[in-house]
Design a protein around this ligand. Structure first.
Ligand code: SAM
Length: 307
């Protein structure tokens, strides 16, 4: 179990919704709320003497870092969708997916939509973007919440559907231009700091059944005909749900023959376990929730020979 000190130690993160607000306005807003912007961070005291300092993260663009325990839920910019409360670790999957100018994209397990919106923002960085963004979620209420939040954030034309992704047909012509898929499925949540006292002993049976579901849904994403990159992420710290799922998926012939793992965020030090160094992990020691990200990319030569 984790000590209280460790539990209190992760930082609070707030991402700028660049479609609604620019960096300067966001900084001015927090200054008007009695925070102060820090440009030169002191290692010992990153948030200043009063703990009310904030700074821009080094790894994730447009992400502010606040001291642990800072509560921004009632902040007016958070309520109006100009600022999104999103843990640093959970910003990595959309960045790894890196949608480009005309890609169609699927977010397979999308609700409540932080990553969907981040993908949308990345797509909108291309003024002439013509790509479609499909977002699926199995849960009706969570899909409603996803739609509501996308609306608050200002995302238009996201095709958000209350649907089991496993039942979405990979051969449907509607998805023939889908090049990127994010799979961020239900997991044990053992990486979430607020869950630490609930998950003192991870239930073996539950982890096993989650891992088998995760494998199935990841394989489903990899079976889309023209998909070029599939990013898999969890907020779990178990090996079974992370490196274990990646390992067993790579053992399937069609995956082994057509895909490889991409070396993501080479500057990020905490890598996947059991030799999966192309993948990344995040941990409380990084001042984030526990997290895992892997990226499968289609082999170019194989793609040519398939044509
Ligand atoms: N990506 C989301 C975000 O960043 O806000 C968080 C996703 S959450 C970890 C996992 C989601 O997967 C849940 O909302 C759950 O309802 C959904 N889910 C579970 N099984 C699914 C399935 N077969 N098809 C689609 N969604 C599913």
């Amino acid at each position: 179990t984790k000590s209280n000190q460790e539990l209190e130690s992760i930082f609070r993160y707030a991402r700028i919704n660049i479609l609604k607000c620019n960096k300067e306005d966001a900084i001015q807003h927090f200054i008007s709320e009695n925070f102060h912007f820090i440009e030169n961070i002191e290692k010992e005291k990153p948030f200043g003497d009063d703990n009310k300092g904030f700074y821009l993260d080094f790894d994730v663009p447009n992400l502010f870092v606040f001291a642990s325990g800072t509560d921004l839920h009632q902040d007016t910019f958070v309520i109006n969708g100009s600022i999104i409360l999103q843990d640093k670790a959970s910003c990595f999957p959309a960045l790894a997916l890196n949608p480009s100018v005309s890609d169609d994209v699927i977010d397979a397990c999308a609700a409540p939509g932080n990553k969907t919106f981040q993908i949308y923002e990345l797509m909108k960085q291309f003024p002439n973007n013509s790509g479609k963004l499909f977002a699926f979620d199995l849960d009706f209420q969570r899909t409603e919440l996803l739609r509501k939040r996308l609306n608050v954030f200002g995302a238009k034309n996201v095709i958000a559907q209350n649907e089991d992704f496993l039942k979405v047909n990979p051969n449907d012509p509607l998805f023939s231009s889908v090049k990127k898929i994010l799979v961020d499925p239900s997991c044990s949540g053992t990486g979430i700091i607020a869950n630490q006292n609930i998950f003192e002993s991870a239930n073996e049976e539950r982890i096993k059944s989650l891992a088998s579901f995760q494998k199935k849904i990841l394989l489903h994403a990899l079976s889309f005909k023209n998909v070029e990159r599939v990013v898999y992420s969890t907020c779990s710290i178990t090996i079974e749900e992370n490196e274990g799922v990646v390992d067993s998926v790579l053992k399937e012939d069609f995956v082994q023959n057509s895909f490889h793992l991409e070396n993501i965020f080479p500057k990020w030090k905490r890598r996947g376990l059991n030799g999966f160094v192309s993948c990344i992990r995040c941990s409380f020691e990084d001042k984030t929730n526990g997290f895992f990200v892997a990226s499968f990319v289609r082999n170019l030569s194989q793609k040519k020979s398939n044509k």
